[in-house]
Design a protein around this ligand. Structure first.
Ligand code: GLA
Length: 408
């Protein structure tokens, strides 16, 4: 009798307890797409700046570019709205709705359009009382908002954490995930929870139970300083961050700014290579209507994308910080004993730097040695035994990105 009561009680708890685990099956590899924020911000001035303001027109144009210019085929399939899409108030029933001047046809129509192009639509909410831009927050409306976005056909949610207590996030983000699950629509969940909770003082196992990806750190800005500041933070905290990542769950160092105003060609290659090493989500924030051929070729490099999307899903590490200001970052990939290696030049002394090493010094172990190939241009460096010297020439603020696989 007691046994039956206990079994029933356990079954009840299992069935109705609030905590669930993320089972949406999404983001088995780092998600890819385009996100409005870094490049288009909260530009709501469609009178003086109609071409660049946050409006359905902007997202339809970006959807066209993603679908027609070859991005989608490479995996860039999420088109994501960020802040400043909403009306300043909810409707009489408490529902969110888009600003009627800038999104005259509403989000559902936009989602239909995006889906008709074979893409997915992401949207932005904030867990707190307001979004970071001052639009309505979701804290009292989690279930309603989950149902609203699912009803519109949304495929991904970035939930920000402005104007919220960090202590509320440990129930709030899981609740949002539960409400989204209840709608029956798989919605990739990008949480800003760790970024607001200090990035490292958080329980990543709990976060990974509820979020497919999460911002850990500050916003990327359009500068090399910002990119390197983020890279340093991920390197300095890798012992906490790397174990948290894997299929279904990714650390998010924020958007790719390749194609924007600040990065040189070498810096752009470096950001892309580093985001691939970090197993980072690849969300471009740039103007796909006018992107340069150089930026496009970097973002579209199939070998870099192949490393980013490697099915082992293991985030890379900074293994050598380098007294010569050359950092060595390594990501292990699925193929046996095979590694992607980025040599990142943090020097500013104005000429390419010859960096010499042996693969043995990187703790590679294949006794047959390795074949080393440049990831960006497929150039073969050759065959290297563990103690053979390899010299790479790296431009200032640049990267040499290679792939090393065991020789037969
Ligand atoms: C925060 C986020 C950014 C962006 C803005 C929008 O700063 O970190 O990525 O979403 O809010 O206001």
């Amino acid at each position: 009798m007691w046994k039956a009561v206990v079994t029933a009680a356990v079954a009840f708890v299992l069935l109705f307890c609030r905590s669930s685990t993320l089972d949406n099956g999404l983001a088995r590899t780092p998600p890819m797409g385009w996100l409005a924020w870094e490049r288009f911000r909260c530009n709501v001035d469609c009178v003086d700046d109609p071409y660049n303001c946050i409006s359905e027109e902007l997202f339809m144009q970006m959807a066209d570019r993603l679908a027609e210019d070859g991005w989608k085929e490479l995996g860039y399939n999420y088109l994501n709205i960020d802040d400043c899409w909403m009306s300043m108030d909810r409707d009489e029933q408490g529902n969110l709705y888009a600003n009627k001047t800038r999104f005259p046809n509403g989000i559902k129509k936009l989602a239909d359009y995006v889906h008709s192009k074979g893409l997915k639509l992401g949207i932005y909410l904030d867990f707190g009382t307001h979004t970071c831009g001052g639009y309505p927050g979701s804290i009292k409306y989690l279930q309603k908002d989950a149902e609203t976005i699912a009803g519109w056909g949304i495929d991904m949610l970035k939930m920000d954490g402005c104007y919220a207590n960090v202590s509320d996030m440990s129930w709030g983000y899981p609740d949002m995930e539960m409400y989204m699950n209840k709608t029956g629509r798989p919605i990739l969940f990008s949480c800003s929870w760790p970024a607001y909770a200090g990035g490292i003082k958080v329980n990543y196992t709990a976060i990974a139970d509820h979020c497919n990806m999460w911002r850990n750190y500050g916003d990327i800005q359009d500068s090399w300083d910002s990119v390197t500041n983020i890279i340093d933070w991920y390197g300095n905290n890798q012992d906490i961050l790397v174990p948290a990542a894997g299929p279904g769950n990714w650390n998010d160092p924020d958007m790719l700014i390749v194609g924007d105003y600040s990065l040189s060609y070498e810096e752009s290659k470096a950001q892309m290579a580093m985001w691939a090493i970090l197993a980072a989500p690849l969300f471009m924030s740039n103007d796909l209507r006018s992107i340069s051929p150089e930026a496009r070729s970097i973002l579209m490099n199939k070998e870099v994308i192949r490393i980013s999307q490697d099915s082992l899903g293991m985030q890379g590490r900074r293994v050598i910080k380098g007294t010569n200001k050359v950092e060595t970052w390594i990501r292990q990939v699925q193929a046996k004993d095979t590694f992607a290696v980025a040599f990142l030049n943090r020097r500013e002394d104005g000429m390419p730097y010859n960096h010499t090493l042996t693969l043995g010094s990187l703790n590679f172990t294949s006794s047959m040695g390795y074949e080393v190939v440049d990831v960006y241009d497929n150039r073969r460096y050759g065959h290297f035994k563990l103690d053979t010297k390899l010299t790479v020439s790296i431009d200032p603020n640049g990267v040499v990105f290679v792939y090393a696989y065991p020789s037969k």
